[in-house]
Each structure stands twice: as structure tokens, then as C-alpha cells.
Design a protein around this ligand. Structure first.
Ligand code: NAD
Length: 480
């Protein structure tokens, strides 16, 4: 079994002082590696190292920071295949999904490298109505930031935070998920190779208690958190005690709306991808599928056929369309939700529990419900597994009402052949991202984040950079 150092402070890889993590292969359910973790003293050291590195990194010209990010993008590209393999090993995801992860990471570092070349993202003149005065604004690094991430797209989520934080001139303490820390460990090694100065990014592997200690650390100026709502609330509470800044990317219960003029095969393909990509372990899963009445019977038939055709298996089998869940705990949680859906009156068209019972590892097959009451837990709460529910609607007004009838507001997909109608509908949805007839494409140029309980703030795009910046205006007499 592999034994890996999971603590990186001031440029050094260290043996941890906390209890080691045991990583489990989701396909076999067997342990394959242990990772050392940081205790509270090491966390203090990590924050101290990031504080000491801050003056040097924030005064490094943005263009030089950008060149480092660009080098990082090239190194990730060059490391391609082993990184893809690593994603497959950590999460059990199929190769095609792992390749998309790595491509996303490259695109993110490239995008923020380009941002670093745009002076206007760091300082600007400000037009005032009185010619006697002049003003300018500086967008400055917020300071030492704590980044806390989950396991579902570990390399991607960490890059969405690391690249803009570094572009802004912040220094970092990163806490990966206890389930997938090898992804961040490999990113850190590449950052070192790219020439990142010591102390600029520090890594503290550990579980929830390490995350809580980081969230409560007085040396952290800003917390950027992705994960569950419950933990997000705890992070926000800790931050409130000392007025630390927070960005929160949390859960979702998103809708995919199929209009009566939709192309049926396209609608089914998008519904399958929206619900079962990454085994449904996506905050953006469109697990509420809304279909207009006249298309409903045909959609149900075609969807059932498509779901039954999904090959469930490990990434070493080229025919695999959907991998396992991340852990036995997640498997049990999702199976519990399916039992609950049946008890709530839902009718199962495809039952993923059979996969959980019939094989080792952390599998649950793709699951499809109909007839779930609108107030049922399964219809309203995030499951974070391969479970989707379908219901019908009469007209566009009802589709909008049902989509918005959620505590969350992360994303939505609308499928229809009338572009103007789809767009009109999209503009009435209370969500941070709408895809009109496209797969769930996420470009680093577009913002990521949601309305309502889906979080606070936005990642990616210039908004992602801004989330790591403070604003300072300077006003003076025009003559000076
Ligand atoms: P989680 O909240 O359990 O854990 C997330 C991270 O927080 C982990 O690193 C964990 O160790 C750490 N943590 C746990 N307890 C903590 C505490 N008290 N204080 C600080 N940190 C703590 O979430 P998870 O199970 O890893 O991930 C699944 C959740 O993440 C889902 O709810 C999903 O919707 C959400 N998610 C959201 C997005 C988004 O962009 N909106 C993206 C991915 C995942």
C-alpha cells in the first residue's frame, strides 16, 4: 500500500502529526493508500508560512504571477495521462470523465494567467463628476486565504480556487477532502515544479476537524468553501466571529425542463448526462426532470431505455458509462434516499439498489422515479447520487414555477427547439447558470455559483478573481 505525505508547509513535504487517512478504492472497496495529516500545530505553521510569504507574493507583478500560472497549465497538460489515471483511481470515474476534469484544470490556469495580463482587473482610473478631483481604484489581494474543498471533482474545484487566489496575489492554506487528497497533492507538486515560491501554497490534509480549525483560524482573512450546506453554515459561523470574508459554493436540486417542441433523443441524452455524469455526484445534477405533458409518455419510454443501457462499472472497463460512488458511506446514504422515495409514494422505473447489493465496491445503479409528491424529501433535497425524478407540467408558467420552487438555485437546463421561447423561460429562472439545449459546459470565462441556499458569491471569470480581492479607492485633487 502506498504511503503518502499529506502536509506541505513552506515548500517542504512533511510527515503528519495527525491520524493518517486511509484511502479506499471505490471500485473494490479496498484500501490502497494512507496519507499523513496535519494536527493543530502544523496548521498554525501552515498559516504562519502563508503569512510570511504574503508580502513577497502580493508585490510580485501580476504579469509574473500570470507567467507562473501559464507554466502550471503547460505542466498539467504535459502530465496529462498520469493525472487522468489518478482521477480514475481516486474516484472510480470513467476515463472520458477524468479527461474532462484535467482539461478543465488546464483551461482554468490558462484563463487566470490571461487575467493577470489585464491591468484593469487590478487597478483602474475612476471617472468623477467634479473635474477638481481625480480617483483611482486598486484591487488588492485579500491576504492569506483558506480553501476547503470536497471530493467530487477535487482537482477541478481546487483549481477554481487556487488559480484566481494566486492571480490576485493571495497566499494559501488548502484543505482537500479526506477522501481524495491525492489530487491536490499532485497539483501542489506541479506548482512547485512551476516555480511557486515557498510558503505561497501550503497543504494540510485532514478530516472535518482540520477544516473546522482552518475555518476558525485567526490568521485567515478569507475562506473559500465548496461542500455541503451544513458544513458551509459552520464555516460561515466561524468566519462571522472575526469578520473573515467567505465564499460558499453549496448544494443544488436543479431542474431540466423538456418543452413540447424538444427533439426527443437530444432531451434524453441531456437528461441522462445531467443526472448520471460523475454518478450524479454533482452539485449541478439536474435531478428534477420536468417534461411537458404531450411529450411525457414518449419521454418516459425513451428515458427508461437509455437509463437501462448505462453500463455501470470500474474505469478499467472501456464500456463503463457510470462509475461507483465515492465511498460506502455515500452508497448507504443514497440507498437510504431510494428507500425513502419509495416510502414517500414514488414509483421506481429503474432501481439502482440492485447494483449496491450485487457487487463489491461502492456502486449504486442509475435510478429513476416518477410520481413523487412535490413536498417529498426526494423531490426537494440534494441526493448527490445517481437518482432522478421525472414529473410533467402543463405550460411554460408551470415549468417556471416548479423549477423555482426549491430552496436551492444553482443551475437549470432547458431543452426546446424554439430558441426565443427557451430563452424567455431561462430569463425567469432563479439560478446562477442556465444551459439552453447544451450539455453542462463550464467555461472559466463564465461565473459559477447559485441563488438562494446554493451559496454566496461566484467562482470563475472575473468574479472568481474579485472574490480574492479587497477594494481600495484613492481620491485626490486633480492637480496632484
Ligand atoms: P462536506 O461539507 O462534508 O465536506 C467538504 C469539505 O469540508 C471537506 O474537505 C471536509 O473535510 C470539510 N469539512 C467537514 N466538516 C467541516 C467543518 N466543520 N468545518 C470546515 N470544514 C469541514 O461535503 P462533501 O461531502 O465533501 O461534498 C458534497 C457536498 O458538496 C454536496 O452537498 C455538494 O452539493 C457540495 N458541492 C457543491 C459544489 C458547488 O459548486 N456548489 C461543488 C461540489 C460539491
Amino acid at each position: 500500500m502506498q504511503s503518502v505525505r499529506g502536509v506541505h508547509i513552506n515548500g517542504q513535504w512533511l510527515d503528519g502529526m495527525g491520524s493518517p487517512l486511509s484511502l479506499i478504492d471505490p471500485v473494490s472497496g479496498q484500501p490502497y493508500a494512507t496519507v499523513s495529516t496535519a494536527d493543530v500545530t502544523m496548521l498554525d505553521d501552515a498559516v504562519r508560512a502563508a503569512s510570511a510569504a504574503l508580502p513577497g507574493w502580493r508585490s510580485t507583478p501580476a504579469a509574473a504571477r500570470g507567467r507562473l500560472l501559464e507554466r502550471m497549465a503547460r505542466l498539467i497538460e504535459a502530465a496529462g495521462s498520469p493525472l487522468v489515471q489518478l482521477q480514475m483511481q481516486c474516484s472510480g470515474k470513467p476515463q472520458a470523465e477524468a479527461e474532462l476534469d484535467v482539461a478543465d484544470v488546464v483551461a482554468t490556469f490558462d484563463y487566470y494567467a490571461t487575467c493577470c495580463m489585464q491591468q484593469a482587473l487590478f487597478s483602474q482610473e475612476v471617472q468623477l463628476p467634479d473635474p477638481a478631483f481625480a480617483a483611482s481604484v486598486q484591487l488588492l489581494p485579500v491576504g492569506v486565504v483558506g480553501l476547503i474543498v470536497p471530493w467530487n471533482f477535487p482537482m477541478v474545484t481546487s483549481s477554481w480556487k487556487l488559480a484566481p487566489a494566486l492571480a490576485a496575489g493571495c497566499t494559501v492554506v488548502l484543505k482537500p477532502s479526506e477522501l481524495t487528497p491525492l489530487a491536490e497533492i499532485s497539483l501542489l507538486k506541479l506548482l512547485q515544479e512551476a516555480g511557486l515560491p515557498e510558503g505561497v501554497v501550503n497543504l494540510v490534509c485532514g478530516g472535518g476537524e482540520t477544516g473546522a480549525a482552518l475555518a476558525g483560524h485567526p490568521g485567515i482573512a478569507k475562506l473559500s468553501f465548496t461542500g455541503s450546506n451544513k458544513t458551509g453554515q459552520a464555516v460561515m459561523h466561524s468566519a462571522a466571529d472575526r469578520m473573515a470574508r467567505v465564499s460558499l459554493e453549496l448544494g443544488g436540486k436543479s431542474a431540466l425542463v423538456v418543452l413540447d417542441d424538444a427533439d426527443l433523443p437530444q432531451a434524453v441524452a441531456l437528461a441522462v448526462a445531467g443526472a448520471y455524469f460523475n454518478a450524479g455526484q454533482m452539485c449541478s445534477a439536474t435531478s428534477r426532470i420536468l417534461v411537458q405533458q404531450s411529450l411525457y409518455p414518449a419521454f418516459l419510454d425513451a428515458m427508461q431505455q437509455a437509463v437501462r443501457a448505462i453500463q455501470v462499472g470500474g474505469p478499467d472497463d472501456a464500456s463503463t458509462g457510470m462509475g461507483p460512488l465515492i465511498s460506502h458511506a455515500q452508497q448507504q446514504r443514497v440507498v437510504g434516499f431510494i428507500h425513502r422515495g419509495v416510502a414517500e409514494g414514488g414509483r421506481l422505473l429503474c432501481d439502482g439498489r440492485l447494483q449496491a447489493e450485487s457487487r463489491p465496491g461502492c456502486f449504486v445503479g442509475p435510478t429513476l422515479f416518477i410520481d413523487l409528491p412535490g413536498d417529498s424529501l426526494l423531490w426537494r433535497e440534494e441526493i448527490f447520487g445517481p437518482v432522478a425524478c421525472i414529473r410533467s407540467f402543463r405550460d411554460d408558467a408551470e415549468a417556471i414555477r416548479l423549477t423555482n420552487d426549491s430552496d436551492y438555485g444553482l443551475v437549470a437546463t432547458v431543452v426546446g427547439s424554439d430558441a426565443a421561447r427557451s430563452r424567455q423561460l431561462a430569463e425567469q429562472l432563479d439560478v446562477g447558470m442556465v444551459w439552453l439545449g447544451t450539455p453542462q459546459l463550464i467555461f472559466p470565462q463564465t461565473a459559477w455559483g447559485g441563488f438562494k441556499r446554493s451559496g454566496i458569491g461566484r467562482e470563475l471569470g472575473p468574479w472568481g478573481l474579485r472574490s480574492f480581492q479587497e477594494v481600495r479607492h484613492i481620491v485626490c485633487n486633480s492637480a496632484t
